[in-house]
Design a protein around this ligand. Structure first.
Ligand code: ADP
Ligand code: MG
Length: 543
């Protein structure tokens, strides 16, 4: 069947495939990738706008978060997709600076396009960008400020800079205190931060101001049975990776009367098995039982009679956190469970959180908090507004937590508000002077591309970037390394003094990723696609 002439399997390229090479390929890629930068530009900084994204099923997200925007855009163009990957890897490695990374990439490619028009060879541009990148660490060294882990004020400044513009403005102080307290529960003796020890659980409704930190772990469940205890002091916790349930008996219409005895016997055996499971829990000495699967009614009653609190159908992540925080082993064979497998908690409390629904009705969401745990952990219980609001604030808090973890581990921060980018621009211009030939042009263009941050911050504040940039450069020339753009007023400010600071890792990773993506895209001179590229972006063409 694959033998006919013209069959797709016989030709090198399919009928629908398309090939673009040389200048056209490069220019198409540069345009597509720069479009990504344009797409997120207006969201940069505290005065950045939000975007509303509606997916094919009608679900809506309102966000200011670079990586969320690009993820939701369902980008199809291969080169544009490389830029989306820049944002994703930035999100994974640092958790913040995704918009900046994409904007840097766009700016570098814009600079590259200019150079190509002046007949600079793409390889030369790529090499120049690489050279410029080699100077970056030294330039950042000069601007870096040491961070002391106990300096709460600076930690709050870092958190606050990271959550800027993401729906948290009304309760910013409260929320920054929360995330700083939360991350401090996860700082270990060796100076590392166990980021996974901190999590956020959100409940729409109520007020952002009602959000709070539980120094421990919460599970979004209440006890399985009403007669179970709801509070404990000094409790022992058993985490069971299983269920206490009778499997559904497979009965068929053909079950004959003579089988009844067998069925009854089977049921008795199962009842006995449930009883044994419960006894195993009691023998191990558990006050609280947390299970992966369900717990049948008879077992619930037996546990309640024995004053054991049981939470069933608890998801994997919650069981992991509870086990880690309390020192419990995750038991998969109840019969083999012993006291050694139990974890310890200082106190257990069940609560109900009121969640407003339509037209004044409400439903109660249940949570159980485990505090006073061996390995300290923090859970932020986030409240406030509609689901869209809570989602956006949750993203902002996650960013802040990531950024705090990076700052504490690296002990180094940089002045934000475009200050460090201006330093980079000036220092790289100087560095370019020492480089001969056409690569010098590429390093100069790179230097100029760094201005994109302060320029965009000024633009998003509604100010003419031209005057601001001239003044900004002049002040940096005079050695004022920490001067940046006040995104509210467009005036020049001392970013460090005003608490607009970011971990070094955010900027360094963003710039590295941008250079890498720009070089990759520049080196491509041939695009062979299985589909039509002219409509890429709204069809399924991918490479
Ligand atoms: P990203 O996804 O890159 O983190 P953001 O929208 O969070 O994008 O914007 C980050 C940029 O905004 C950084 O360059 C940061 O220094 C700057 N910034 C944050 N807060 C302020 C502020 N109050 N004034 C000026 N610039 C700010
Ligand atoms: Mg940010």
């Amino acid at each position: 069947m694959a033998q006919q002439a013209g069959d797709r399997t016989l030709s090198v390229l399919s009928e629908e495939s398309q090939r673009i090479d040389g200048r056209d390929a490069r220019s198409m890629n540069l345009t597509a990738a720069q479009a990504m930068g344009e797409a997120v530009r207006t969201t940069l900084g505290p005065r950045g706008m939000d975007k509303m994204l509606v997916d094919s099923t009608g679900d809506t997200v309102v966000t200011n978060d670079g990586v969320t925007i690009l993820d939701e855009m369902e980008v199809e163009h291969p080169a544009a997709n490389m830029v989306v990957e820049v944002a994703q890897s930035q999100e994974q490695e640092v958790g913040d600076g995704t918009t900046s990374a994409v904007i840097f990439t766009g700016a570098l490619l814009e600079a590259a396009e200019d150079l190509l028009e002046r007949d600079v060879h793409p390889t030369t541009i790529a090499a120049g960008f690489e050279q410029a990148g080699e100077h970056v660490p030294d330039i950042l060294d000069a601007s870096a400020i040491d961070l002391d882990v106990d300096d709460v004020e600076t930690l709050e400044a870092i958190a606050s800079t990271a959550m800027t513009g993401k729906g948290s403005e009304s309760e910013k102080e409260h929320l920054t205190t929360l995330v700083v307290d939360a991350i401090q529960t996860a700082v270990r003796d060796d100076g590392t931060v166990e980021r996974d020890a901190v999590s956020i659980t959100s409940f729409p409704g109520g007020n952002l101001a009602d959000s709070r930190l539980v120094e421990g772990v919460t599970i979004d469940k209440n006890p399985a049975h009403d007669a179970m205890p709801t509070d404990f002091e000094d409790a022992d916790v058993l985490v069971y990776e299983g269920e206490i349930e009778v499997p559904e008996l497979e009965t068929s219409t053909e079950t004959r009367v003579s089988d009844f005895e067998e069925v009854t016997e089977y049921l008795d055996q199962e009842q006995a098995a449930i009883q044994e499971d419960v006894e195993a829990v009691l023998e191990a000495g558990a006050d609280v039982l947390v299970t992966e699967g369900g717990i049948d009614d008879p077992a619930q009653e037996l546990l309640a009679e024995a004053d054991v609190m049981a939470l069933r159908r608890v998801d994997d992540e919650d069981r992991r956190r509870l086990a880690e925080a309390t020192g419990a082993n995750r038991v998969s064979d109840l019969e083999a469970a012993t006291t050694d497998d139990l974890g310890q908690v200082g106190s257990v409390d069940c609560e109900r959180i009121r969640m407003p629904l339509w037209r004044g009705s409400a439903r109660a969401e249940r949570i159980t908090a485990f505090t006073g745990v061996e390995r300290v952990a923090g859970t932020i219980v986030l409240r406030g507004g509609t689901e869209h609001v809570v989602d956006e604030v949750e993203r902002a808090l996650e960013d802040s937590l990531d950024v705090l973890a990076a700052a504490i581990e690296d002990n180094e921060i940089l002045p934000g508000a475009g200050a460090v980018e201006t330093e980079l621009a000036l220092a790289l211009e100087d560095a370019a002077d020492g480089i001969g030939g056409r690569e010098q042009l590429a390093v100069e263009a790179f230097a100029e591309a760094m201005d994109v941050s302060p320029r965009t911050l000024a633009e998003n504040a509604g100010h003419s970037p031209i005057d601001a940039l001239v003044d900004l450069r002049a002040r940096h020339h005079d050695g004022e390394r920490t001067v940046g753009i006040d995104a509210e007023t467009g005036d020049l400010i001392d970013a460090a003094g005003d608490g607009i600071v970011e971990p070094r890792r955010v900027k360094e990773t963003a710039i590295d990723a941008a250079i890498e993506a720009a070089r990759t895209i520049l080196r491509i001179d041939d695009v062979v696609s299985a589909g039509d590229l002219s409509t890429a972006g709204d069809d399924g063409a991918g490479m």
